[in-house]
Design a binder for this molecule. Structure first.
Ligand code: FPP
Length: 247
């Protein structure tokens, strides 16, 4: 079991995952794409439970991008139904397991019943201090940066902020991930090696890991294996001193 090999002192604090390949997984089984998304929910459940058990501080899951609205109305509606189902079925467990849920992204285009549910889950878990689960829903990295600039501009116009004092740290307070540590590691499933507008600001020094496994087949065992590999990587953060894994 790879889980037993993880060096907890070198554990990354924040792992972000692009959950890709649901459609291809379904196609390979002669099924409709939505079946792939349904099966992806099980991988979400297992991964969140596994991340808490392993002792990660933050896990971010890319559930729906600002570009995903371009899919068929049927697929978008099915995904929204799955998000609702996940929030309903996991509500109590997340509260009781000390998981803090935060939604990243712009909620405005999302249906009100779903946004209400998202807010309820955030409020019910806001005092939890175990694993933070970020669910990126209607999220785009560029969109997040633009929204942050808009918020900063508003504060600047009312004298609450001064453009001259802007630093990396003060700007991060305007991002959806405010107060969080930036990801140490980004995992993308299903073989493609691209970022797809995910956490563009936050991943400046993140390690990248690409696996061919499609999301519905992703397991805690594979996550543990990736974390063991991450332990071995040296990171310099632009300097010339090698630091291993997390900072
Ligand atoms: C990308 O695979 C996956 C998505 C756009 C949706 C991810 C959603 C889930 C895993 C469902 C549940 C999520 C939560 C948080 C409860 P794709 O369909 O684009 O794959 P393809 O590239 O093979 O077509």
């Amino acid at each position: 079991m790879y889980k037993d090999e993880i060096d907890t002192d070198k554990l990354p604090q924040h792992v972000a995952i692009t959950m890709d390949g649901n459609g291809r997984w379904a196609k390979s089984k002669g099924k409709f794409r939505v079946f792939g998304h349904q099966s992806g929910v099980k991988a979400v459940r297992d991964t969140v439970e596994g991340a808490a058990e392993i002792g990660l501080k933050y896990i971010t899951l890319y559930a729906f991008s600002t570009e995903n609205w371009n899919r068929t109305a049927h697929e978008v509606a099915s995904l929204m139904k799955l998000f609702r189902g996940y929030m309903q079925s996991k509500f109590l467990q997340l509260v009781e397991n000390n998981v803090k849920v935060i939604f990243l992204g712009d909620p405005n285009p999302i249906r009100k019943v779903i946004v209400d549910q998202m807010q309820k889950l955030e409020q019910a878990t806001e005092k939890n201090d175990g694993l933070t689960l970020n669910i990126a829903l209607n999220y785009g990295g560029r969109d997040e940066i633009l929204r942050a600039v808009q918020k900063f501009g508003m504060d600047a116009s009312t004298g609450k902020a001064n453009p001259k004092d802007l630093t990396v740290e003060s700007f991060e307070k305007y991002l959806d991930t405010k107060g969080q540590k930036n990801p140490d590691l980004i995992i993308r499933t299903a073989g493609q090696q691209r970022l797809s507008n995910f956490l563009l600001w936050q991943i400046a020094y993140s390690e990248l890991y690409f696996t061919k496994t499609t999301w519905p087949d992703f397991s805690v065992e594979e996550l543990s294996q990736i974390l063991v590999e991450f332990d071995q990587r040296g990171r310099t953060f632009g300097g010339n001193t090698l630091r291993y894994s997390r900072i």
